[in-house]
Design a protein around this ligand. Structure first.
Ligand code: SAM
Length: 333
């Protein structure tokens, strides 16, 4: 078969799988308490794709060109027996990775590695304990996240650390994070705060542009550009001139990378989205539970990808930022 590409010639390479819409954090910019409070209706168990269904979708995606499967959420480590899913996915011909807040990593890291997880990304927005507790809004201490990172390292997992920067909230942490992680072998990546979903009250003024982030780090620890490793790599990579490692800066707002975006996202209840900023998806659960064969599933995903023409970040304006978009906790970060 010829390589599957979308309307702009972009191949399908990555599938992000949201395994739960629930999270034990209430990060103010992602799942604010006022919206995701006690009376918020999360999905019921029967609405979630089960592990067999998830594996079928992943297998079809791999046969269409996907080389990387990333479990996310919500907080993927609170999905019961997620290690069993990892073991099932690791049978496929693709790298299996996971993005986590690391709160449960101290006790789960070894089991994840043993199940076949290849790499892990930890979200950590501050080292200052007060700032971190205020951002996660459940008073979770930063030391426990650092313990989780250590546990992952000890288990033999390659760890990346992602830090979302929000103006006036954690920009003081940029240099502190660089100081802490340089020389550890863990690649630190800063991410511009994005207008995902509709509940975080995003404003352009809240974004600290990638160029400013890089320049703040450069003043303290001189850096120089490093080559992208592959087409579609979202982070602009910078190397410390003294050889103590590298950082990445992801400029999803100020320098959109739609042109090279090769990702699809599967929501917890089996909707396939072809853009993080989508307002509508495609119901794969209906197909799966309606008795579709693997061949039919494969063709359905191929048709969806083939028709894909999303490029939200390239056409973002203050107006599009207000459109009804899917929440990140549901579609998967
Ligand atoms: N719970 C897991 C975690 O903490 O990594 C996985 C899901 S979380 C939605 C994935 C990532 O999305 C986190 O790194 C989070 O900081 C990031 N994120 C959430 N809302 C964001 C926003 N508005 N802009 C940029 N990144 C965001």
């Amino acid at each position: 078969m010829d390589q599957l590409v979308d309307a702009f010639g972009r191949p399908l390479r990555d599938l992000r799988i949201s395994v739960t819409d629930r999270c034990n954090f209430r990060c103010t910019y992602c799942m604010p308490k006022e919206v995701f409070g006690h009376d918020y209706r999360f999905l019921d168990r029967k609405e979630l794709l089960d592990f067999e269904e998830l594996t079928r979708v992943a297998r079809a995606a791999v046969s269409l060109g996907v080389t990387k499967l990333r479990l996310t959420g919500g907080e993927p480590l609170i999905r019961r027996d997620v290690e069993r899913l990892i073991a099932m996915l690791s049978e496929l011909d693709a790298e299996v990775t996971l993005t986590t807040n690391a709160s449960l990593l101290p006790r789960k890291a070894q089991a994840l590695k043993d199940a076949g997880l290849d790499r892990i990304t930890v979200s950590l927005d501050a080292l200052d304990d007060a700032i971190f507790r205020a951002m996660n809004d459940v008073d979770f201490p930063v030391d426990r996240v650092l313990e989780g990172i250590e546990a992952a390292k000890t288990a033999g997992l390659d760890v990346k650390v992602n830090c979302v920067v929000k103006r006036g909230v954690n920009e003081t942490q940029i240099v502190e994070m660089a100081r802490f992680f340089r020389g550890t072998g863990h690649v630190l990546r800063f991410i511009e705060y994005m207008d995902v979903g509709a509940t975080n009250g995003w404003r352009m003024d809240d974004v600290v542009p990638a160029a400013e982030i890089a320049s703040l780090v450069d003043k303290e620890f001189p850096i120089e550009p490093a080559q992208a490793q592959y087409r579609g790599e979202v982070a602009k990579r910078w190397r410390y001139k003294d050889g103590s490692g590298e950082i990445g800066v992801i400029s999803s707002v100020t320098q959109a990378f739609c042109r090279t975006c090769t990702r699809a996202r599967l929501s917890t209840d089996g909707m396939l989205y072809t853009c993080l900023f989508a307002s509508a998806g495609y119901d794969l659960r209906g197909l799966l539970r309606g008795g579709a064969s693997d061949r039919e599933l494969h063709s359905a995903i191929a048709r969806i990808w083939w028709a894909r023409n999303d490029r939200y970040s390239e056409i973002r304006t203050a107006e599009t930022a207000k459109l009804g978009k899917i929440e990140m906790s549901y579609i998967g970060g």
